[in-house]
Design a protein around this ligand. Structure first.
Ligand SMILES: C[S@@+](CC[C@H](N)C(=O)[O-])C[C@H]1O[C@@H](n2cnc3c(N)ncnc32)[C@H](O)[C@@H]1O
Length: 258
């Protein structure tokens, strides 16, 4: 299910291109993410966009359609699974769906071997980019285990805009039941961060995403999500580590009891 994002280029990609790009994230989550990225620009939140686990670019292209001037998209992946053709396919998909080569950098390698400097290397020394900008939207969708997710969060955290969003993929996926434990542990260790929203699954291969934000920035996003996506709000919401969390789902409903 795709929803209007307020960004015409992204709406076209979601309607006509998204499912033609091999990948796993849902159009539902891409719509809501694209909406939040557009609003960040409108609120004056400037920064680059990053994704760990870029694969062939399905979600990355959606994010990159929200780039403003001076901003760059950084995609990191080992780019060897399921074959060495993945990186070529990524470049082809980006070109086909309107993301110019100078707007993004693909970094090939495992985040397990990377430091923060490796992630921001693409924006250094480029006269068209602002090297001082933080990252305003970081999608983490790499190796789904405690060690790697903890490492990926550690890479992202120091780079984040104070009002930026970290979005975690494959939360509550039946294949990775322990992954949320890692997130809860991380949230307890970082009490200035909360889970703003859960974007519900569409399918077994398009599982839920958690949207994390600093507590002081919740108000920038929360009411807007509840209002804009009112038709998709699960009325009971959720509670993640003591914080009210918005739940957005393609078909909100309660179980029928009579
Ligand atoms: C589920 S796929 C990503 C799907 C993509 N984000 C989408 O929405 O279509 C996970 C990706 O993470 C990559 N990956 C796994 N471990 C990694 C690591 N340690 N560092 C970087 N990328 C990794 C894999 O190569 C794979 O392409």
């Amino acid at each position: 299910m795709n929803l209007p994002t307020g960004n015409p280029k992204l709406d076209t990609y979601l309607a006509e291109g998204y499912t033609s790009v091999r990948g796993m994230s849902s159009a539902f989550a891409a719509s809501i993410s694209g909406h939040m990225i557009r609003r960040q620009s409108e609120m004056g939140i400037k920064g680059h966009i990053a994704e760990i686990g870029t694969f062939e670019g399905r979600f990355f292209i959606a994010l990159a359609h929200g780039l403003a001037d001076g901003e760059h998209a950084i995609g990191i992946d080992i780019f060897t699974w399921p074959s060495e053709k993945v990186l070529d396919n990524l470049h082809e998909n980006l070109a086909r769906h309107g993301i110019a080569r100078e707007r993004y950098t693909a970094i090939k390698g495992s985040t397990a071997d990377m430091g923060i400097a490796d992630l921001i290397a693409p924006v250094k020394g480029r006269p068209d980019l602002d090297p001082l900008l933080p990252i305003r939207f970081f999608h983490i969708d790499g190796q789904h285990d405690e060690v790697n997710l903890t490492k990926d969060l550690a890479l992202a955290l120091p780079l984040m805009h104070p009002q930026g969003l970290i979005v975690l993929d494959d939360m509550l996926h039946p294949s990775y039941p322990g992954l949320v434990e890692t997130v809860h542990k991380w949230l307890r260790a970082h009490p200035d961060w909360v889970c703003l929203a859960i974007l519900d699954r569409e399918d077994i291969v398009a599982a839920a995403k958690y949207v994390l934000v600093r507590a002081e920035a919740v108000a920038l996003y929360e009411q807007d999500l509840l209002t804009t996506f009112a038709a998709n709000v699960f009325p009971m919401g959720s509670d993640v580590e003591g914080h009210f969390t918005v739940v957005l789902t393609p078909h909100p409903r309660l179980a029928e009891v009579d």
